[in-house]
Every structure is written in C-alpha cells, then in structure tokens.
Ligand binder design. Structure first.
Ligand code: GLY
Length: 420
C-alpha cells in the first residue's frame, strides 16, 4: 500500500516511524516532511492546505491511504476532497473538525449531549463580553472561537486582563478566528490528554498522555506547543478514563452522528481532572504534538492497522494490544523559544545515538545541509524513549539528550515530575 502523511513536525516523524514498521506499507511519502523524516521516507514539496493540490498529488503518485497530521488541512477540507476523489483518508471532514476549529461549536455539542465542561458564553460584541466578565469575576478563561495556532486562549487572572483579551480577540488580533469570543469558567485540577479513534460509530481508546506546556521547569513561564510528554498519564486511571469515555467522548460522537456529521479520525480530548471527575477542556481533531511521539512509541506498527480500520469503518473489530510499558519524550528547543530564536545552528551527535524500538529522536524543526543537521524551528527535536517504568523511560530519554551536541538547544530537565 502507498501511504501519504501530511505534515512536517515531530508528530509526523513519529507517525511515519510507526507506519514503516507495518508490512502493509510498501511506500511512504511525507509532505513536506523534515530532515529526520527524509532519512526514513520520501519527502515531497506540496501545499498541504490546498485540497486540489493534495488530491492531484495523491492521484499522480497512486496513493492508497492519506494520514492528515495537523489541523489546518482538516479545516481547509483536505479530508473531504480526498473522500470525494475516492481516496481513503484518516482525518475528519472539515465540518466534523469544527470540534477543534470552533470552541463555541464544541460547547454547543457538550451542552446538547450533557458532557461535563466549564460553564460558558459566546459573544461578538465586546461590551456584552466585558459585562459578562465583570459579573462573573476572575480568574476566567477567554478564547478566540477559531483556530489561532495555539495562541487564542488567555487564562485571565484579573477582570482587566480578561477585558484586554476580549479587546484583542474581537479587535482582530486573530483575524476571522476571533470574530467571536468564548468565555469560560476557570477550572481547577490536573490536565491530561485522552486519545480515541472514532469511525463515526465505534469509539476505541488508544492511550493517554500528559504534556508540559510551559517553557520553564516546575511548569513556569510562557506557554509553548509542549516541552515534553509521557504516556500513560497516571491521573487518567482506568476508572477516570472510563468516566471520560462514557460521559464525554461517546456522547460527543453520538451527538455528531445524530447531527449527520459523523466524526471519523482521532479525537484528542483535553481533560481537567479533579477528585477523580473528568471535565472537557477542549477537543482537538488530530493527534497531539508531542503526545503522538510517546503514543507511537508505545503502539508501534499496529498504529497503521488502527488508522486503516478507523478510515474504513471497521473499528468494532479492532483492539489495541498494549505492552505494559511507559514512554517519555523530551523536547529540545532553540534558545529563545517561544520568543524570538535563531535558525541554522548545527546539531551534532545524532548519528552516534542508537535508535530502536525503545529509543528514537523524532525531528520537528530541522533541515539537512550536506551531511549536517541544522535547527530550523522553535521546537527542534523530540528525544523519545520507552521503558518498563516511567523512570526507566525517563533515564533513557535524558541519556540520549546528553549525547546530543547542540549548544544552542535548551530543554527542561523535569519532564514527568508530576508522575514521578
Ligand atoms: N501538545 C498540545 C497539542 O498538540 O495541542
């Protein structure tokens, strides 16, 4: 089978690595890919947010199955266009992907199916939004309704901060994504991620993870795309996961089907857990990054069978085969990230690291120049390891980090501290 993966990050490198372990994969193309992906698969230049271009490429290259990594191609209708062209695709339709692309839509669905989440309201008018905040007080959460590359959420500590966020969002800071603002009660507890596959009817859990969003150790400083992750997430015990499945995820999938918008793909539920009770923070219509790196390390080649069954509506016949293991990924980022950072510094030592089913360096923002790997983004490497315990996975991951010679790279030394 010829497979195309869309995307260029650590998530897509991890997906490619897992897919290649499955003998069903005869040929793997990743568009656009990165230096790490280029070492294991074909990379192709392609505008992955252009549905026509993706369909044209898939037809020309006799692609049998397309796996969509990031959210932007989903929102742009790439999955719909591939389905219309008769090409099997893993990734929801644009309408179903509104579970990520519209915060207000998700809240409506939660209300309709009774899924526990924070109390909320939506506004297009700044005056009305400000009055709501003044009446509710702080802390309070202010979100741009649409996709804002992870930057459209403000946890306001004061009413003034909330008012400023409302003015920013409705004032155009996020363009069309900020035409509407969603305001939610602040939730306390511990956050964790719950990943399921849905073929529109059947829901199959495929793992849990926790990531570290802040740049600084002790979970301090500005938010990032994620500085590390581990799986499983101890806070998401079997009991809590079952509650999340029965009270949040299954009702959501059923409500989507009832509305004639079947959800087909991975559904990533960001949960807040307090006193053993999960509530929904948000949905993503794609795999998490860097959570995918630890999930793929644990799932290996069966990930392709699961994604195929999901796309073909056969999830009811599938089950996940778990090793009783743990995985951790440590993100190495360019100094300065998530603020301004330089590109182009040389990363040495990667070719000395043994990579196998327990040790992998997944590339995010890298490029190859001759035989040299250079940093080419904010989050650059995902140093990932598996072990019988989380402590073993951690020791292996940090052991690999020590073997990487990149003076311009920074990383957190406390990934997994809550769980350990
Ligand atoms: N790690 C957070 C995300 O993928 O959205």
């Amino acid at each position: 089978m010829n497979i195309l993966i869309l995307g260029a990050g650590g998530r897509e490198h991890a997906l490619a690595w897992a897919v290649l372990q499955n003998p069903k994969c005869d040929r793997l193309v990743v568009a656009p890919g990165n230096a790490g992906i280029d070492a294991i698969a074909e990379c192709a230049a392609l505008d992955i947010e252009d549905p026509e271009a993706v369909v044209g490429f898939a037809v020309e290259e006799s692609i049998d199955f397309v796996i969509i990594g990031p959210e932007a191609p989903l929102a742009a209708g790439v999955s719909d266009a591939l389905t219309a062209a008769g090409i099997l695709v893993f990734g929801p339709s644009a309408e179903a992907a509104r579970l990520e692309a519209s915060k207000g839509f998700t809240k409506e669905i939660c209300d309709a199916c009774g899924a526990p989440t924070a109390a909320w309201a939506r506004f297009r008018d700044a005056q009305a939004a400000r009055a709501y905040v003044a009446a509710h007080g702080a802390p309070i959460v202010v979100k741009a309704d649409g996709l804002a590359a992870g930057k459209g959420v403000v946890v306001a500590e004061t009413v003034q901060q909330a008012h400023a966020a409302i003015d920013d969002i409705l004032g155009g800071a996020f363009g069309a994504a900020g035409a509407e603002v969603v305001i939610e009660d602040f939730m306390t507890g511990q956050e964790a991620s719950f990943f399921v596959l849905s073929d529109g009817q059947t829901v199959l859990p495929i793992g849990t993870a926790q990531d570290h969003k802040r740049i600084g150790e002790g979970d301090t400083g500005p938010n990032t795309g994620g500085m590390g992750a581990y799986s499983p997430a101890p806070i998401l015990s079997d009991t809590v996961a079952e509650l999340a499945l029965e009270r949040i995820v299954k009702p959501t999938v059923a409500e989507m089907a009832r509305r004639g918008i079947p959800y087909r793909g991975v559904l990533y539920a960001g949960l807040m857990i307090e006193n053993g009770q999960p509530r929904l923070v948000e949905y993503n219509a794609r795999f998490g990054d860097p959570e995918t790196q630890v999930l793929m390390m644990r799932l290996g080649g069966q990930a392709l069978d699961l994604m195929l069954a999901c796309a073909e509506g056969r999830l009811a016949e599938m089950q996940v085969i778990w090793a009783n293991d743990h995985a951790m990924t440590v993100v190495m980022a360019a100094r300065g990230y998530p603020g301004a950072y330089a590109k182009g510094s040389v990363i040495a030592g990667l070719d000395q690291l043994a990579e196998d089913s327990h040790h992998m360096v997944f590339h995010a923002g890298t490029r190859a120049e001759g035989g040299t790997i250079r940093a080419d983004g904010g989050r650059v490497l995902n140093v990932t390891a598996r072990g019988a315990t989380l402590a073993e996975a951690r020791a292996r991951a940090y052991g690999m980090v020590e073997g990487i010679d990149w003076p311009d790279g920074v990383y957190r030394r406390d990934i997994g501290w809550r769980a350990l």
